[in-house]
Each structure stands twice: as structure tokens, then as C-alpha cells.
Design a protein around this ligand. Structure first.
Ligand SMILES: *Cc1c(COP(=O)(O)O)cnc(C)c1O
Length: 392
């Protein structure tokens, strides 16, 4: 049996052809594939605007910049996520305030967030970053209500959840990243995520002003628009109008651009993203059927509507034993995540063991089983059989 990882990309002949064509075109970067990818992606998640960037971490950084996070601003997020969800607050000098998860959903517990907000004067907290962890959508309608009550912005970290959704109070399906409730949402196209472009990321929003800011911040803070310049035409070197070469750097931005060949790969992958989510749901349902009555079927491993299944997680007693046993059988299950507040970097701010009991307890037991669209039925049957053997 060949090695079975917990996740992996899928590159088709068509993907390869489209990248080759883009490499042979006039644009390697700043060309037409970027807007094409952005438009198709916005369409996929149902948002008005999308901004393609170099990776998911850059997407998060541009979001905290665009929302004006500054020194000392307190922002709330979950400890059960990839470090970047919290780090983006630090990039702008903000203070990361971790809040514990709901042990059943593994998502930020909204009641604990509310308690946090109520325990401080209004205005203490600037924003919240819920993560659609493992592909399970947050109830962003509820988060929006809470955020409005306390004057917070919301960044939805939807890296795990393109194609995921939740049902709102009126039974409408709300897709992750559709911009209905969150101010901004972000995605990653790292090969282990649903859509691979090598490195890559996307920000989606329905807010035009934020969209314009993001475009500018993505390219050094430079803009090219005659109507928005603040220097005079004369200073710019023109007479009646701004000269053709003219542009202005008005704020401090970065280079977080995606290349055209990455966008081409992303576009090609996006075309079968929906199918990929369907296959992931099938795999999740196979695991659930095989293990229904087992003690390790808890929390997210139960069948869940709208779940995008970036990860399929079970909670086991002898986690180290199972992890090592599966490795000896060439099955590379993985752990998501070591709680962020226990990372040495965050411990220096005073976070310690015992601060987030639900997250810490979850971390003691969680293990992510192989989950990716090209996992075959035979491979999955082998994974299931080996887990059953371990538990015999
Ligand atoms: C992958 C990931 C990121 C970062 O994305 P990169 O493209 O790797 O920079 C951020 N948040 C979460 C939840 C992720 O899984």
C-alpha cells in the first residue's frame, strides 16, 4: 500500500496545460488571469468582490491593514486554528485575545465571546476572527448581531471552507465567504486546501470601500486613477492632465500579488471545486457509517449539513498510540491544531495552560484522518480497517 497522507492536491493534465499556456502568454504577473480568477471565485462563493493575493497569510494581513488595526487594538480569535489567524493581528501591533471553542463544534463559542465583550467597556475590542475550522461554517448571522451590538468588525477565516455553508434564521443557505455577514473573508490555495495554486490566497467582500483599499494595499499602496491623485498635475509633470506614466503611492502597502500562472492553475482547479466538496462529503459519510457506534465519533465527526470537510477529525483516547500505529501502516494522519495560545510566542503575553480548557481538552484527543477527493474507496477501506484493528 502506498503512503496515504491526511490531505493532498490533485493536478490534472488540463491544469498543467493551462499553466503552460499562461507561461507562453504576454503576462506572467499583473495580467488578465488575475481578474478572471477573482471574478470566478467571487461567483463561486457568492460575494461581490474578490482580491487575489500571494497566500492566505498575506490575505489576513491585508485585511487587518484595511480595517485599520493598530498598536494595542484587541482582537478576538480561536486558539484552534493555524497560527496565521492570530498572527495577522500582531502584524499590525494588535493584541490577540483568545476565546475558547465549543467542544461540540470546535468553533469559537459565541457565548464565551459575548461574555468577554460584556466584561469590558464598549469599544475595548475592535474585531473578531472566527475560523470555519475543518470546513464547518460559523453561524456568522449570530456573530454579526453580536458584532453590531459591540461595534466590532468580522474577518471570516474561511481557508478550510470554500464550498461550505450554514443555514440562517430564515432557512437561507449562506455560503462561506459570501460577504453577507463578515466584513471580509479570506481563503488559501496552499496545496493541502481545497483549491491549489502552489501558494495563493483570496479575500472576498461586499464592501466596495474595503475592496478599493485592498487593491491598493496589495501593490505597495500605489494607485493609478486621475480622479484620486493629491499631487498637482504640474508636480506630476503634466500640463492639462496627469501624464500617462503617473501614479501615486498614498499609503504604505506591500507586494502581495499572485502570479498569472498561479491564477491560471487556481481557475482550472476552481472549475472542479464543487465536485471536490461532494467527494469530501462522501468520504466523511463513509467514515461516519463505518464508525457510527464508536466512542471516538464526537463533535464534528457526526454528519453535518454544509460542512466542506477540509478535515475529518475524530477524538480518541490513545491518540499517540493510534498516530504511531497508523504511521507504521503508511497512513499519515495529522493533528490540527496545537492550541495557538500555548505556542511559546503567545505564552510570552501571559497565555498559559488552563486558560482554554475546551481547546486544550480537544487537542489531547483530536486526530485528522485522510481526507482528499482522490482518496480511493479501497484506500479509505484500508484506513478504516487499520483503525478497527488498532481498537480490537
Ligand atoms: C492555511 C491557513 C492559513 C494560511 O494560509 P497560507 O496560504 O498557508 O498562508 C490561514 N488560516 C487557516 C485556518 C489556514 O488553514
Amino acid at each position: 500500500m502506498k503512503a496515504i497522507p491526511y490531505g493532498r492536491q490533485h493536478i490534472t493534465e488540463e491544469d498543467i496545460q493551462t499553466v503552460i499556456e499562461t507561461l507562453q502568454s504576454d503576462y506572467l504577473t499583473q495580467g488578465p488571469k488575475i481578474a478572471e480568477f477573482e471574478e470566478a471565485f467571487a461567483n463561486y462563493v457568492g460575494s461581490k468582490y474578490a482580491v487575489a493575493v500571494s497566500n492566505g497569510t498575506g490575505a489576513l494581513h491585508l485585511c487587518t491593514l484595511a480595517l485599520g488595526v493598530k498598536d494595542g487594538d484587541k482582537v478576538i480569535t480561536t486558539p484552534i486554528t493555524f497560527a496565521a489567524s492570530a498572527n495577522c493581528i500582531r502584524y499590525c501591533g494588535g493584541e490577540v485575545v483568545f476565546s475558547d471553542i465549543d467542544p461540540n463544534t470546535y468553533l469559537l463559542d459565541i457565548n464565551k465571546v459575548r461574555a468577554l465583550l460584556e466584561s469590558a467597556p464598549k469599544g475595548t475590542y475592535k474585531g473578531v476572527i472566527p475560523v470555519d475550522f475543518a470546513g464547518r461554517a460559523n453561524d456568522l448571522e449570530a456573530f454579526r448581531k453580536l458584532a453590531d451590538e459591540f461595534g466590532l468588525w468580522i474577518i471570516e477565516d474561511a481557508c478550510h471552507a470554500p464550498g461550505g455553508s450554514f443555514q440562517d434564521a430564515n432557512n437561507n443557505i449562506q455560503s462561506c465567504g459570501n460577504g453577507q455577514f463578515a466584513n471580509l473573508a479570506i481563503f488559501s490555495f496552499h496545496p493541502v486546501k481545497h483549491i491549489a495554486s502552489g501558494e495563493g490566497g483570496m479575500i472576498t467582500t461586499n464592501d466596495e470601500a474595503l475592496y478599493q483599499k485592498l487593491l491598493q494595499l496589495r501593490t505597495h499602496g500605489i494607485l493609478k486613477n486621475n480622479d484620486l491623485y493629491t499631487n498637482s498635475i504640474e508636480l506630476a509633470g503634466g500640463n492639462e492632465t496627469y501624464p500617462g506614466w503617473y501614479m501615486e503611492m498614498q499609503t504604505l502597502g506591500f507586494n502581495y500579488r499572485l502570479t498569472d500562472f498561479q491564477a491560471a492553475l487556481g481557475l482550472s482547479q476552481l472549475a472542479r471545486a464543487q465536485k471536490g466538496v461532494e467527494r469530501r462529503r462522501e468520504i466523511a459519510s463513509n467514515y461516519f457509517k463505518a464508525f457510527t457506534n464508536k466512542s471516538f465519533i464526537k463533535g464534528q465527526s457526526k454528519s453535518i449539513e454544509g460542512h466542506a470537510y477540509h478535515l475529518y477529525i475524530i477524538e480518541v483516547e490513545d491518540r499517540l498510540g493510534l498516530y504511531n500505529y497508523l504511521r507504521s501502516k503508511s497512513i499519515y494522519a495529522q493533528i490540527h491544531y496545537i492550541p495557538c495560545h500555548l505556542m511559546p510566542y503567545y505564552k510570552q503575553f501571559g497565555w498559559k495552560e488552563g486558560d482554554m480548557p475546551a481547546s486544550e481538552n480537544y487537542y489531547k484527543h483530536c486526530i485528522s484522518l485522510p481526507m482528499y477527493p482522490t482518496l480511493t474507496d479501497e484506500e479509505q477501506a484500508y484506513v478504516i480497517e487499520e483503525i478497527n484493528t488498532f481498537y480490537k
